[in-house]
Ligand binder design. Sequence first.
Ligand SMILES: NC(=O)c1ccc[n+]([C@@H]2O[C@H](COP(=O)([O-])OP(=O)(O)OC[C@H]3O[C@@H](n4cnc5c(N)ncnc54)[C@H](O)[C@@H]3O)[C@@H](O)[C@H]2O)c1
Length: 269
Amino acid sequence: MAGKVILVGCGNMGFDMLKGWLASGAVQPADVLVIEPNETLRNRAGEQGVRTSAAPDGIAGESADLVIIAVKPQVLRDVLPAYKPLAPKAAFLSIAAGIAISTFSEILGSDTPVIRCMPNTPAAIGKGMMGIYANELVSADILAFVNTLLSASGEVVVLDDEGQIDAVTAVSGSGPAYVFHFIECLEAAAVKAGLSEKAARLLAMQTVYGAANLAKESGEEPGRLREQVTSPNGTTAAALAVLMGENRLGNLVDEAVDAARRRSIELGK
Ligand SMILES: NC(=O)c1ccc[n+]([C@@H]2O[C@H](COP(=O)([O-])OP(=O)(O)OC[C@H]3O[C@@H](n4cnc5c(N)ncnc54)[C@H](O)[C@@H]3O)[C@@H](O)[C@H]2O)c1
């Protein structure tokens, strides 16, 4: 099916995903209504050819198959009641971190089909990672439509337990920020090691880009790829002794992912 979509909130993540859907043809601009109170962001969405509105006035008259909620978790409970007239005919897809399906059921009615999705910002260039979990009320047709939409933005993994969304949030939802910070650190170290800022930026970025692509495309275990870079008693071994000694980086990443996962659980309370 090719459905009609209402996108509520078109900030960073909402807009990144919208661009992917439209570019892939998974949905036509005329079939999308964006509700976004911020005028600049609303106009940015409008430039993609979709209909826009500052508020859900007259929303009950809209025929939507899917309402996508892309506002901050902190405002979601205030925003959602306005869309109750569309439930349960429309399914609701939320990308908000931490907000459980039970919250949607309480506000929209327990007969509402709800899908939670945790995307990430590389969705803007079709290289996102989306984890989804659907309640039992979501029809096979809607699930297929959601899969088509989301696949336009990258890879989709279907979860069989809602609790796993907190782990997906901590790994791939927040994950791009960890990688961007690693690029920042590598760049700063490159400047300290004597390179120009321009060269340092290129070296850091291209190294992460190339390594990530090689890891994905070669089919080799990351550990095996690491060994292929590491000459006995060479430069990489010297660096890895710092990163891997006493599992330093492993412990840090573990601690960071656990902090994000716990925060995702907290946000839902
Ligand atoms: N940014 C990320 O990397 C990322 C990744 C995964 C999930 N998320 C989730 O996506 C959601 C949006 O995050 P973001 O980073 O895009 O935030 P954002 O602030 O950029 O976007 C939220 C948008 O919602 C709009 N908004 C506020 N009140 C509204 C209302 N009443 N009706 C319609 N729109 C309204 C805001 O004007 C804003 O443009 C959050 O729930 C977050 O948990 C974000």
